[in-house]
Write a protein that binds this ligand. Structure first.
Ligand code: NDP
Ligand code: 8X3
Length: 249
């Protein structure tokens, strides 16, 4: 296999599972995230010829640029970019929500994602490559407390569709993956590190797993070059939409 994939958010959850699945299938993987020690563990496990670590904060455009320049030569020709890193912060409704959380979500889920994408577009066009954006079911379904998080994911979905339009004729494929509830560190981060509350939420039903999402990404990437999957929405069977609410005076 002579192909390279860059996965953001590879220190945990979906990104780690995606990095592992592609490394096992003999892809070269650039694994990105802030927690360098977790990235190093992947390098140690798979070997430096399979995985290269890129430790940077997506919100820091200068650090991002340096990290991309420092990727080892053998990993520079990126065929697939998986924009997976992201987060939700807080479950409060708008009147109680903290502005700094909103700004951090926008900086990570939107600004960081477009900055990295913009930087890698020339290489992806040269390689007739692919972009897989990890959006969310929250892009399409509003829920109480979803406010800015859902809006950042609506951006990711729409940006994916618009990338397809602008990349028309280049051969670059673009897919938006839109998961429902999956058990990772996501909810613990959202709840400020409260693992007990996160465990309680996931108990009593079977959420999606990081491996489920990695399988979906592996499937879309491995379709033939003429075949674009525009978007996939996926949920645990136990999850469905509950519809509208009425407030009565
Ligand atoms: P995790 O919290 O397990 O993983 C999030 C990853 O994002 C981590 O690797 C983290 O790495 C990285 N990350 C966060 N902030 C930054 C930053 N500023 N710079 C660089 N990397 C960052 O959650 P998931 O695996 O569940 O989430 C992956 C994606 O899936 C997210 O975009 C999320 O919104 C989306 N999603 C998740 C769902 C779920 O139910 N779990 C449902 C739908 C969508 P580090 O902290 O080391 O920087
Ligand atoms: C909910 C998905 O991303 O809001 O269906 O947890 S998310």
């Amino acid at each position: 296999m002579d192909k390279t994939i860059l996965v953001t958010g590879a220190t945990s959850g979906f990104g780690e599972a995606i990095a592992r699945q592609f490394a096992k299938a003999n892809w070269r993987v650039v694994a990105a995230g802030r927690r360098g020690e977790r990235l190093q563990r992947l390098v140690d496990e798979f070997g430096a010829e399979k995985i290269a670590a890129a430790a940077f904060d997506l919100r820091d455009a200068a650090a991002l640029q340096v990290a991309m320049q420092e990727i080892p030569d053998a990993f520079q020709q990126i065929d697939v970019l998986v924009n997976n890193a992201g987060l939700a912060l807080g479950t409060e409704k708008v009147p109680e929500a903290r502005l700094e959380n909103w700004i951090r979500m926008i900086e990570t889920n939107v600004t960081g994602l477009v900055t990295l994408t913009h930087l890698l577009i020339p290489r992806l066009i040269e390689r007739k490559g692919m972009i897989v954006n990890i959006s969310s079911a929250a892009a399409s379904y509003p829920y109480p407390g979803g406010n800015v998080y859902g809006a950042t994911k609506a951006f990711v979905t729409q940006f994916s569709l618009n990338l397809r339009s602008d990349l028309h004729g280049t051969g670059v494929r673009v897919t938006s993956i839109e998961p429902g509830f999956a058990e990772t560190e996501f909810l613990m981060v959202r709840l400020g590190g409260d693992k007990k509350a996160s465990d309680a939420f996931y108990s009593g039903f079977k959420p999606l797993s990081a491996a489920d999402i990695a399988n979906a990404v592996f499937w879309v990437v491995n379709q033939p070059a003429h075949f674009n999957i525009n978007r996939i929405e996926l949920m645990p069977v136990s999850q469905s939409s509950a519809g509208f609410q009425i407030f009565k005076e």
